[in-house]
Design a protein around this ligand. Structure first.
Ligand code: 6R9
Length: 650
């Protein structure tokens, strides 16, 4: 990247104050920032007391061997006890923990008392299979209550889990099983997606034929769809046969605060996936606190719904560990948003009276594309807070979300964080912050983040650079599983004593932070660094554009030329002159330097399961190269569709 900081092109003037009643009753007020600033470690020590410890920690942070952190190191606790048992002991056993909604329409409500029995039985079952404290368990399941039970059962016996997306291939699963050296795989016959059963077990069977997976002794199989499965006698065990016959009581053992809780693999653009390691006490402290603060959770009255897949870190932190440690009632939905119709999500909000909704910009843009009339058919008046995560949210999508889902009154909290950060880091607080569409705004209380230039100097307000975290935080990754050197190289070597997040960012004139996409995606056009995010947001602000992905393609004149792929709204047809109109629109909003050289209307964009656009594949297309690794793509046919459109692009 050249020395010139990211161009600061986008201007956003809209502001939204917190609703007065929310501000008056907010869980966290402005005073928290002051308190955390005055005594950051004291602040986190106080948040750790949200949890129930078997041995209270006396030490908050041990940073004597940076960047290898130890938080609350002499404390002991059990995560499953904190997420389940203590609520039952507090008389909340009858509270619903999970309202499960299967894609075919089957439903099941699981109370905290039932969850305690299920987790206890599953913990005994894993022990019967020989799983011991410290052994790794791979989980490859659809979005069903057993997935939550399986994760908590692992946590209960101190066996770190490695959840692998149900959509990943046998190869991807095998690599992850091998890297973590898993002893047991928990899977299902299949799950429901897009109106039909889709199989999971065959991918496990295939993965276990690969070298490196020999240490898997058993496969525990949940029956979800009832489809035929191949069976390896002696290795495969039905969940309902093994788990159901176990005792309903199980004594949780307390583990060290730094005992490994889970490994979660991030795809990365090159090289083998990185196994991000999270531990127990600090992780649970931060996910519990941020879920309470950012969603203003009132567990006795709120119905919370995070639409993420549990195989994404968002599902770990904000379906399983954050909400359950807070005693929340939540919705768990198995399927896709448009099955059997494009109003399915809004039907679910109406049915359960969802008050807090947490989703990703990709889903919001899909809903924009389907049309405003669809959510308008449902009663969404229960909603009081809307959250966004996964990508920068385009200001237009933010405003649409607030207006069409949030009745133009609910705060939208745009939460920036990563698999590596474990929990939310930068976000408005719904009862405190005057929000700005498109900006994650300020570090949460207790979090230290800033934007620096190439030489690690903090940039002044109004300038762009790289996002860094300047102090350790409780839910930070502890290392990359089995590869401390890669941990140092990836996150701690770009700038001394700063965690390098890999994201471009800018500070606006008020000092608020705007995320500008991955640094690898930044474009260099005639000597200017231009963020893909800003050009995409300018395109999405055009009434005919629902979604846009922008890449820099090698260009003899300008180093890189901006190439945009756009999805038109509501199936708007591609008209003569539209491409010119869009180019002019970007030029007007951001300046001529940001005007795309090529704009290509497409039907779909390549995305990961967490909804992130895979720009590197689009760059391959734009530069006429053969495609790189597509194994983490949701739907690989999308690329064929895009390539077939290419000849008309120039
Ligand atoms: C939680 C999660 C992390 C990367 C991150 C950034 C992007 C996530 C964002 C956001 C802008 C937000 N990202 N949230 N960018 N605004 N609110 O997404 O984890 O899958 O590891 O991805 O996602 O680029 O670095 P993960």
């Amino acid at each position: 990247m050249s020395n010139e900081s990211l161009a600061n092109l986008l201007r956003e003037e809209r502001r939204f104050a917190p609703p007065a009643d929310l501000a008056a009753n907010a869980n966290v007020t402005a005073e928290a920032y002051e308190r955390a600033k005055a005594d950051r470690l004291g602040f986190w020590a106080e948040q750790a007391r949200r949890l129930t410890w078997a041995a209270e920690p006396t030490e908050t942070l041990d940073w004597s061997n940076p960047p290898f952190a130890k938080w609350f190191a002499d404390g002991k606790l059990n995560v499953a006890y904190n997420c389940v048992d203590r609520h039952v002991e507090n008389g909340l056993g009858d509270r619903v923990a999970i309202h499960f909604e299967g894609e075919p329409g089957d439903t099941r409500s699981v109370t905290y008392a039932e969850l305690q029995r299920e987790v206890s039985k599953a913990a005994h079952a894993l022990t019967e299979l020989g799983v011991r404290t410290g052994d790794r368990v791979a989980i490859y399941l659809p979005m069903i209550p057993e997935t939550v039970v399986a994760m908590l059962a692992c946590a209960r016996i101190g066996a770190p889990h490695s959840v692998v997306f149900g959509g990943f291939s046998a190869d991807a699963l095998a690599t992850r099983i091998e890297d973590a050296d898993a002893r047991v795989v928990i899977t299902a016959d299949g799950g429901y997606r897009r109106g039909k059963p889709s199989a999971l077990k065959p991918a496990v069977d295939e993965a276990l034929t690969r070298p490196g997976t020999e240490n898997v002794r058993n496969v525990l199989v949940v029956r979800r769809t009832g489809q035929e499965v191949a069976w390896a006698e002696g290795r495969d065990v039905w969940w309902h046969e093994l788990v159901d016959r176990q005792p309903e009581q199980h004594t949780p053992e307390a583990f060290d605060a730094e005992h490994p809780l889970f490994i979660l693999y991030t795809s990365g653009t090159t090289g083998k996936p990185k196994g991000i390691l999270h531990t127990t006490g600090g992780y649970l402290t931060q996910v519990s606190y941020t879920h309470h603060a950012v969603f203003d959770l009132k567990p006795e009255s709120d119905v919370y719904w995070c639409t993420a897949d549990v195989g994404w870190v968002t599902g770990h932190s904000y379906i399983v560990y954050g909400p359950l440690s807070n005693g929340a009632t939540q919705v768990l939905y198995e399927g896709t948003p448009d099955t059997p119709h494009q109003g399915r999500w809004w039907e679910i909000v109406q049915k359960y009276g969802v008050t807090i909704l947490y989703t990703a910009p990709t889903a919001i843009r899909a809903c924009m594309k389907w049309g405003d009339d669809i959510p308008a058919k449902f009663d969404l008046s229960s909603l009081r807070i809307l959250g966004s995560v996964g990508e920068p949210i385009n200001p237009e999508a933010w405003v649409w979300y607030r207006k069409h889902i949030g009745a133009d009154k609910t705060p939208v909290v745009d939460t920036w964080w990563q698999t590596e950060t474990g929990g939310m880091m930068i976000s408005p607080l719904p009862g405190v912050t005057e929000t700005k569409p498109g900006s994650a705004q300020i570090p949460l209380p207790g979090i230290s983040a800033t934007v620096v230039d190439d030489d690690a100097n903090e940039v002044p307000d109004g300038s762009g650079g790289y996002l860094v975290l300047t102090e350790p935080w409780p839910s930070m990754l502890r290392t990359i599983w089995g590869d401390d050197q890669r941990y140092l190289d990836t996150y701690w070597s770009r700038f001394a004593n700063r965690y390098f997040a890999g994201d471009g960012a800018k500070k606006d004139d008020d000092g608020d932070i705007w995320l500008l996409g991955r640094v690898d995606d930044v474009m260099l056009v005639s000597g200017h660094n231009i963020s893909t995010t800003e050009v995409e947001s300018a395109l999405v602000s055009h009434p005919k554009v629902a979604e846009a992905a922008v890449v820099g393609a090698t260009d003899p004149q300008t180093t890189q030329a901006i190439c945009a792929f756009v999805i038109l709204r509501g199936g708007a047809a591609e008209e003569d002159g539209l491409v010119e109109e869009l180019r002019a629109h970007v030029s007007k909003h951001l300046g001529p330097i940001a005007k795309p050289k090529r704009i290509l209307p497409v039907a779909e964009l390549p995305k990961t399961r967490s909804g992130k656009i895979m720009r590197r594949l689009l760059r391959d297309v734009a530069e006429n190269r053969t495609l790189g690794d597509v194994t983490t793509l949701t739907d690989s046919s999308v690329m064929e569709l895009i390539q077939s459109k290419l000849p008309s692009a120039a």
